[in-house]
Write a protein that binds this ligand. Structure first.
Ligand code: ADP
Ligand code: F6P
Length: 466
């Protein structure tokens, strides 16, 4: 049984559904398709009298049950506290936090409402797996209602340095609620270390070598479970969609030169302006490359009413306009910025045709696009993955071209290196990354979490290894 704010249908009905859902939805959908579980969360609808929809069977073999939010709760809980307070803090940008006590009240209230709606749907032997920062207090709310089932929590975002997290006025109450889970999962070893620091230094708790922890009078465990994709299935989808209409149009539009590609939700954590500025630098430094390549940025709308997201959109329009103004020729456009999501199948084909994926977030829990790009490549002639050192994926995919996205000169030089890389080196790097992906796929992600949760919830069990 999974609970998360965002719930994804097995068959996204619109392009926006497909593009805007993000990494959580993509990975949980894959996991639930294998387990026939129930997925509970927000319906995506607003209503003054929130209704429960479902449970309803999905073609993928799992059930979904959803509730609406009132417009006031959507403002306070989702836009307000989750996305304007927690999101920037978790991404190490506490200076972007907008804090307001009423929003925190709405956040707690929605967590209570979700749990109240969920309880009648639960069975005594269900494992409960809570996802992401929208629902930090949900485990505590479940325990308050007497629930003794195993509860796991997985954080899809990074966990910041302990003192950055402490910028949230309610940081102690949030972690006190969270540790009612038996197991807390993180994307990377550095996220886990930061959380351990928080437990020791801010919460006054203790951390053992074997992953056991104690804080706020609770005993729990925390460990690392890097989220992933199904690389074999994605590779097949990419191969099948390599000649889609969309790909053909894209190839015509880039003058059949090398395609540099960015695919992201339009979010200020994704480093989109920095990436465009690095490309501008490349155009300045390497005039000989100008007509032989083109950059395409596909950025789906996300949280588009929030001021930071309006601002980043304007900034990208300004930068992309300037780059095209400076460098366009009558028959060549250096940069195309597409402000829409595309269906997953189409995306797989597009990733396959790109000579280089530019995945350069300023902070990112994992970044599934990086993994999708690797899986989508033609093994005979694979492209190059450029990856920010600040993406969780860089801790696994170290055969990528790793860059600091804030260093535009270095990023531009690396773009040049990637575009001129020999086939032999591209193959070597790709094989190393593909080996990592094949060993750590989405199935391993959820299976190892569920196994560790079963052990953590059983007080006589040994701690998980590895
Ligand atoms: P996040 O969870 O922050 O959005 P991830 O890279 O981990 O970032 O996951 C994003 C997921 O959404 C990936 O599966 C990706 O393919 C998909 N996605 C992101 N941007 C787009 C887009 N513009 N169009 C279509 N799909 C997208
Ligand atoms: O994977 C990270 C994540 O923040 C998810 O929690 C979230 O569902 C997704 O990205 C997209 O954001 P939103 O749900 O606000 O559209």
């Amino acid at each position: 049984m999974v609970i998360s704010n965002r719930v994804a249908r097995a068959d996204p009905r619109t392009t926006e559904d497909a593009g805007a859902s993000g990494g959580l939805a993509v990975a949980v959908r894959e996991a639930l398709s294998e387990t026939a579980g129930l997925w509970f969360g927000w319906s995506g609808q607003l209503s003054e009298t929130p209704a429960l929809h479902g449970p309803e069977m999905q073609p993928g073999g799992y059930r979904i049950a959803t509730v609406d939010l009132t417009p006031a709760d959507h403002r306070g809980y989702y836009n307000g506290y989750a996305n304007e307070a927690l999101w920037p803090v978790l991404h190490s940008a506490p200076h972007l936090m907008h804090h307001d006590a009423d929003r925190y009240t709405a956040y707690r209230s929605v967590n209570r409402q979700f749990v109240d709606r969920l309880l009648p749907l639960l069975h005594p032997d269900d494992m409960i797996w809570i996802h992401d920062y929208h629902l930090l207090p949900a485990a505590e709310e479940l325990r308050r209602r007497g629930l003794r089932n195993p509860i796991g929590f997985f954080l899809h975002t990074p966990f910041p340095a302990a003192d950055a997290f402490a910028a949230l006025p309610e940081h102690r109450a949030l972690v006190e609620g969270l540790v009612h889970a038996d197991l807390i999962g993180f994307q990377t070893a550095s996220d886990l270390r930061a959380f351990q620091d928080y437990i020791r230094w801010e919460a006054g708790g203790s951390v053992s070598m074997d992953g056991r922890m104690e804080a706020f009078g609770r005993h729990f465990r925390a460990s690392v479970f890097p989220i992933s994709i199904d690389p074999a299935a994605f590779a097949l989808t990419a191969e099948r969609n390599a000649d889609s209409d969309y790909c053909l149009k894209l190839a015509r539009g880039t003058g059949r030169g090398a395609l540099l590609l960015g695919v992201d939700r339009l979010d200020y954590t994704k480093g989109l302006p920095h990436r465009m500025l690095a490309y501008e630098r490349l155009l300045e430094l390497q005039p000989d490359l100008r007509r032989r390549m083109a950059f395409v940025q596909i950025a789906s709308q996300s949280r588009s009413k929030l001021p930071e997201y309006v601002a980043i959109r304007r900034e990208l329009e300004e930068i992309s306009g300037r780059i095209n103004g400076r460098f366009s020729e009558p028959d060549w456009t250096p940069l195309r910025y597409i402000n829409r999501g595309i269906p997953r199948e189409t995306l797989a084909g597009v990733l396959r045709m790109a000579r280089m994926a530019v995945v350069t977030p300023l902070h990112d829990g994992m970044n599934l696009v990086a993994k999708e790009y690797v899986a989508a490549q033609n093994p005979e002639d694979p492209g190059v993955l450029m990856l920010s050192r600040f993406a969780g994926a860089a801790q696994e995919l170290d055969a990528a071209l790793i860059v600091n996205p804030l260093d535009h000169d270095e990023t531009a030089r690396r773009m040049h290196q990637g575009l001129t890389m020999s086939l032999e080196e591209r193959r070597e790097r790709w094989e190393a990354m593909m080996a990592v992906l094949s060993a750590n796929d989405v199935s391993r992600w959820w299976r190892s979490f569920v196994r560790a949760l079963a052990d953590a919830a059983n007080p006589t069990a040994q701690p998980p290894t590895g």
